[in-house]
Design a binder for this molecule. Sequence first.
Ligand code: HEM
Length: 490
Amino acid sequence: MSQSLPLPPGPTESKFKQAMKMGTGIYDYLSECHAKYGDAFTLRFPGMDPLVWVASPEMAKDFFNLKPEQIDQRQLMIPIDIGDNQTGFLNNKEHQDSRKIMIPPLVATRLRDRAAVMHELTTRNINAMKPGDNFDMPRLIGDITLDIACFTLLGLKEGPKLQRYRELMLAWIGASTNDTMFTLGNLWGAPRFRSMLHRAYLKKTAKKDFGKGKKGWLPWSRSVELKAQLADLMRQEIHDVRASGDTTRTDLIATLSRATYDDGELLPEERIISESMGMLVGGHETSAATGAWFMLWLLKRPDVLKKMREEVLACVAQEGHFDPLKIVELPYLNACLNESQRLTPSAVGTMRHLVGETKIGPLTLPAKSNVLAGAYLIHRRKDVWGEDAEEFKPERWLSGIKPGPFEFFPFGGGRRACIGSNQARQQLRILFAEFARRVEFTSKFDSNDVWPGQRQVSGQTEPEGGVPVTVKKVWPENTGYPSPAVAQSA
Ligand code: HEM
């Protein structure tokens, strides 16, 4: 890092202490630093270049409008070997070309087709619940969204093949995103750590050495082995799609297996594997953490949950059934999800690594700086959201406010905005509409002001200790139709 330009001020306590505070209470620590140092401040952690946080819409605008050649996303601090060919790590033209290939399987028409299956998988999970069952909300949502991810990725809803994928995916995500791997990655430097893991994975794959299921003596052995096994299944899938010439499959892996570059060349297998792994990591913990905060708000605010339930019941009564495409349009449901993502975004900030000296608002930052646009901080600014900015008020979204892309960005923004945001929001709306209509949960958070701390899981912010809930009641599938009165008493 060039030392010629000063970085914004920041805490002077040790790097270790700063890292500890971020790890155990990121929302609180960011707020504390924002209040103390203003709209730009620098945090320092062991083994990492300094991180400059910016917290005003003006600076977020410059941040999201950075030109492709001004940033290097290979430096992203994600210590998971997704494969450096994945969209999130690519730069310049390679990145633009990749988005062109990745976005079609996630566009609105495909999502509309997938809504019924999202509902079917949600229903399957809810039907298996009974009073007295205990769940940790982020893990429950992670399980349901993993079912949806498997369908999006592979077109599978059931059967032994799905079970094998599911087991491997969960095991690989667990072995790759635990605290030990994140700590090692941070100490080693995330890009170097990823490369080391990737070389080990390629070596195993070349030798067709998929391990014996033992733990291995290196802390990352299991992660590498599981990735090799999962990738091998995916490779087989790619071969099958290409050999069959089947053009009817619309799942992501089949679409990518048939996709070509502009010159007509098929995508390399490793590229497809990276994108598939990226979808699993990108879509799993993010949805689990976002859903965990959303449930927490609903437990604390039974008045909001009641209103949401009434809106959903009115919709099913009108349609005569649960129509997922009508449900995802419900204004209050959407307002509630927006408000939860505003106050408690799972991605607290979005990062860019600067290639050269760069101006962001009034700042001139040195080359090789890591800059983060602080969604959590900007989402709570009183000059943007009003004096009640810190309050959970879904109604604010119904009064015609339209926050700009630099004021509300739970999915990042600009040329690199999340490509899965529509998929994620659609699945969360369907899931929470069904929770509201069909399941009554109780928890230690019911109707009180007890707020958990925050913990980091796979780079996402979740409530510390999860959100443990107990099922109190499960209403039948036809609740709300044909006659709400009959179903309510069932
Ligand atoms: C609630 C769930 C989700 C949240 C909160 C979330 C959040 C984010 C954020 C903050 C970014 C960074 C954007 C930026 O740098 O400006 C991102 C990027 C990305 N997300 Fe998501 N995401 C979610 C779900 C998903 C899903 C379901 C998928 C896959 C289908 C996905 C795939 C990606 C990819 C590929 C990128 C990299 C985009 C690029 O660099 O061009 N995400 N996401």
